[in-house]
Design a protein around this ligand. Sequence first.
Ligand code: SF4
Length: 353
Amino acid sequence: MTITMVKKRLANGGACRKCDQAEDMLKTRQLWDKIGRVAWADETNPDSEGNRLAREHGVELAPFFIIEDNGDTKVYTSTVKFAKDLAALNGSAPVSAEAPARATPAFNDPSVVRYQIPADGLERVPPRDVVKQALLAFGEKCGIAFSGAEDVVLIDMALKTGLPFSVFSIDTGRLHPETYRFLDKVREHYGIDIHVVTPEPLPVEALVRKKGLYSFYQDGHQECCEVRKVSSLRRVLRGYEAWMTGQRRDQSPTRTDLAVVAWDTTQQRSPGELAKFNPLATWSLSETWDYIRANGVPTNELHERGFISIGCEPCTRATRPGEHERAGRWWWEDATKRECGLHVPHVDRGAGI
Ligand code: SF4
């Protein structure tokens, strides 16, 4: 079996950042020595081997991987998928060098203590270390909830740990076309799977039949958000032991008490069953955007048109200069009611189970 990694060489002679991240991930997962050779797609030379291989296999962007085995050829454009399959081929789980030797206990086994919330609540721990601690404890059983700019910061940090993790996103059916494109941009940029969760159709149909598509302008957003977002979140979280969000304390009056880590008892789960990590709780908006710019994190094109906090299309508008970042969400309602119900303020900070 021959395995080739195709990397892009930039005009300045260096490798592209995404190719280096892919290489780092394979190294931390102890899979780098399985790569037989590296072919370079030279930005300044269309005839370089990597560019030729890209044309041959119909791939637009490096990095990508080619496995040739007894006349069969398989091409991977997702580093995560490639790492998973390669680990399986070699008869081992895709475990990082840093990953704990943590046997995965039966999910929902109440006799097993998986995680103790530290007494300091990780209050002074830098966000990237909070992300790492969450993934060391929960790995793929920790789902990063993805919808906005902050969430991609978490994905970027998670990928750099080299540890396994999961990403999910709730598609309410009412998102901007730009947000759907953003979702795919993030998927492609990081080479990750994103579990896109859609609402149960019957309650949505019942609401629309009874009240139409814009009832929230008359009687508030809670009913539509419950049907399209909150129930979808409850359903997807049943598959996780922990979740991670990009919430920050300075985002709204309802988030000032936000814990960096706590047991989430708002999703029909008991203390000890579902940990919720908010690694960016202590960050400001400008710290978040400093990270985005410094690390080339992909963004939603709506930000260039004055949108800051972005939700569903009918319930989000661009903010005016000087307005708070969430002023564009459900702008016709009182500021203290501007939560969709995904993030209910009360969570249990009890130290441990
Ligand atoms: S944000 Fe608006 S459209 Fe989206 S689920 Fe809530 S009320 Fe419905």
